[in-house]
Design a protein around this ligand. Sequence first.
Ligand code: GTA
Length: 323
Amino acid sequence: MAAPQNGGDSDPQKEAKRLKTDENDAGNEGEPAAEMSISGFEVGRILRDSAREKNIFVHGKIDDQEAIIILEKTPITQDVLPEMLKNSTQMLEMRNDIYSTYQLQPPPRLNGIKTTVICPATEKHVKKYLRQETFLIEETEDDYQSITLPYINSQSFSVQWVYNILEKKAEADRIVFEDPDPQVGFVLLPDFKWDQKQLDDLYLIAIVHRRDVKSLRDLTPDHLPLLRNIREKGLEAIMKRFSVPASKLRVMLHYQPSYYHLHVHFISLDYEAPGCSVERAHLLIDVIQNLQDDPEYYRKHTLTFPIRADDALLTKFKEAGRV
Ligand code: GTA
């Protein structure tokens, strides 16, 4: 593990507690972190919030370590409605003719808030969640080789969490399906954006066992058996477990992904998840067809993707005179 690069303090514990800037150092040695004390979170800066999405992304500290906390109100589902209406405390806000508004205070167990903690968080995590302007990059084959690839080799987020899943060191009890084949196999499990409380925002990811495919850019016809296997067995497993048919699922890859270990997103068609827009999402079925039609498709074609204003990759493209 590379040493943190942000100061000359020789105390390794103090060093580890600082905000890491070396993204390849962002993981741990493979063991999942112990449970965090959320009540000890010291609020720092609001990175982003949305009244419409009912979520807030906050940068702060837990036990002196840099941390990000994401709080999100969860959807109200039909099965909890009767209890919610019957057992909530009710306060009238206003009444006017046939119209009235109330504040209901449901029992705590019906009032959960989905909470995600990233700790220790790196600068790159902070940037990822900070609301900022985005731009489109048109990346040619040459750009990928000379700008993007060297950048992702040196700067990308740790994929330790991915290896923990593949090695059953974390989230093993959440696995929905696994094909253990080293070449075409994968693990299918709920994405951490889905709390599994309702199917409206169903979100699973299929993580491939092989470790040599970073992203869409690496895909060749050699990977067709892998891609077809993920599609076929992933859809089958989701139908079996959740009774959601293929016609209700958006099965796609991101380009650029945040994590450079090939994975496929399985998302409810009714859920407008982040990253579903046309500039970032690539349907798996289209990827398969493109590779069937043209073996060099993802190596040669210009691929367009969105990038945040302060992403260092944008700076690299600017320095190269490409934007
Ligand atoms: N099961 O430990 C994990 C884990 N991690 C670290 C990431 N993922 C994980 N899943 C499990 N366990 O869908 C999931 C991510 C994502 C996928 C990686 O792996 O949730 P990607 O490489 O294409 O990266 O996919 P992507 O899409 O950029 O990452 P992510 O995190 O989804 O961020 C995209 C945007 O989603 C963010 O900018 C933010 O707007 C939003 N977002 C992220 N996390 C949350 C959240 N918890 N709640 C609400 N919105 C969120």
